[in-house]
Write a protein that binds this ligand. Structure first.
Ligand code: PLP
Length: 427
């Protein structure tokens, strides 16, 4: 069959951004079965024994409790499983001195769906035909934002400012407030903090400034906190989650060991939560109640927040240190390479200034030496303007073993050196 597709059908059945690359990676891995490829492309978190045990224990408690039938054999409210909502209200009010009520919370099947609801409730054409933009204030950012917009022309991203420490081969992106435009044309703002792919953490002041720019136009600001504290707490630098007014604090339990159960959590203004909840009722009724029930136990006992800080954060922070140390040793000092400051998440982001080949060509060369990373140009959804920087970066996942990361970075250093040398010779 070859049924005709609608505009939305075309849009949603296309693989965009990193998902298109992932197809190539899966095929490469398949073609090289038996060979030792170092795959540093994955966004899938590793299974940490302590984290798996936590979910196993919560499941055992659930199975042994009279609650079990009610959880898995019944539908429930779209807003979420009540004991999980109560656990979040109680935990966040105590932890951050807030005055949340259950009306400020929505549980969704994974946080990706939250951005789908948000992008299409607030971005796109209004009933009077006006185009409302979905603003990404700092590009690069999560490639998934490209996939969630039914109206692609609504997505607009802004080039950042670069803080460069040339001597240390380090850099950091910052929002360029001279460029970011939030006006009556804006429908919503979205950014990840900590950021996938760069590991960047916007400062508290930067977040407040973005929220203040959006407030006069009643524009909601979705802070994608998939890697933020209190869980999974994959921040390696101090950061405070920011709540209130037009900010929606959106979380995910995926990086806290539960990606298979699909649990996302939005915390914010009651009116915005109601809009998202309505969208969810229409789309899928509600999230898995099994996942929600075990999450409620892990939050109520405090175990999820503890394990995040004691196990998950140090595990990935140590991986970043291995990567950074290896690059510092293996990369030639006279090349213009810059590692983004590792402030959180499960990725490192490497910028190779004036790279003589594209990021896609570099990705292919790295495959030849058995190392798989993700070409950076896929992480600029909504940034239409040409910018050579887009083709000079790669994302390196911290989900390899220490050995794989060290060996992978040594091989990468060699390939990068050859690439620059080849260009110098032929110039
Ligand atoms: C920044 C960011 N936001 C959202 C998601 C989606 O997560 P979820 O599994 O909660 O849908 C991811 C997944 O990798 C992510 O990196």
């Amino acid at each position: 069959m070859n049924p005709a597709l609608t505009q939305f059908g075309v849009q949603m059945s296309n693989l965009t951004g990193v998902r298109a690359i992932m197809k190539d990676i899966v095929e490469t891995l398949r073609a090289h079965t038996g060979q030792q490829l170092i795959n540093l492309s994955a966004g899938n978190p590793l299974i940490l024994p302590e984290v798996e045990q936590l979910w196993r224990d919560c499941t055992a408690q659930l199975l042994a409790s009279p609650e079990y039938g009610e959880v898995v054999c019944r539908y429930g409210p779209s807003q979420g499983y009540v004991p999980l909502i109560e656990a979040i209200v109680e935990d966040f009010n105590r932890r951050y001195k807030l005055n949340l009520t259950e009306r400020n919370i929505l549980i969704s099947p994974g946080s990706q769906t939250l951005y789908f609801y948000a992008a299409n409730s607030f971005g796109g054409y209004t009933t009077s035909g006006e185009l409302k933009q979905i603003v990404l204030p700092l590009s690069p950012d999560y490639t998934g934002y490209g996939g969630v917009c039914l109206v692609p022309e609504a997505l607009i991203a802004y080039k950042p400012a670069l803080d460069i420490d040339a001597a240390a081969h380090k850099f950091k992106y910052r929002p360029d407030f001279s460029k970011v435009s939030i006006t009556e044309k804006t429908g919503c703002v979205i950014f990840s903090r900590p950021c996938n792919p760069t590991g960047n953490v916007l400062s508290d002041d930067e977040v407040k400034k973005i929220a203040a720019l959006a407030a006069p136009y009643d524009v909601p600001v979705f802070v994608d906190s998939a890697y933020a504290p209190p869980f999974p707490a994959m921040n390696f630098t101090e950061m405070t989650p920011i709540f209130g007014n037009n900010i929606l604090h959106c979380m995910s339990l995926s990086k806290a060991g539960l990606p298979g159960e699909r649990i996302g959590i939005a915390i914010g203004d009651e009116r915005v939560i109601q809009v998202l909840e309505g969208f969810q009722t229409n789309a899928c009724i509600h999230a898995s109640r099994y996942g929600q029930a075990i999450a409620a136990r892990a939050i109520n006992s405090g175990a999820l927040a503890d394990i995040s800080v004691q196990v998950i954060r140090p595990f990935y922070q140590n991986k970043f240190t291995v990567l950074e140390n290896t690059l510092n040793e293996a990369m030639p000092n006279d090349l213009p390479w810059f590692l983004h400051r590792g402030e959180g998440a499960i990725f490192a982001w490497l910028w190779l200034q004036d790279l003589p080949v594209t990021d896609w060509e570099l990705y292919q060369e790295l495959k030849q030496v058995g190392v798989i990373v993700v070409p950076g140009s896929t992480f600029f959804p909504g940034l239409e303007e040409e910018w050579e920087h887009k083709h000079q970066c790669v994302r390196i996942s911290l989900t390899g073993s220490d050995d794989e990361i060290a060996t992978g970075m040594q091989r990468l250093a060699k390939v990068v050196q050859q690439v620059y040398q080849r260009a110098a010779v032929s110039a």
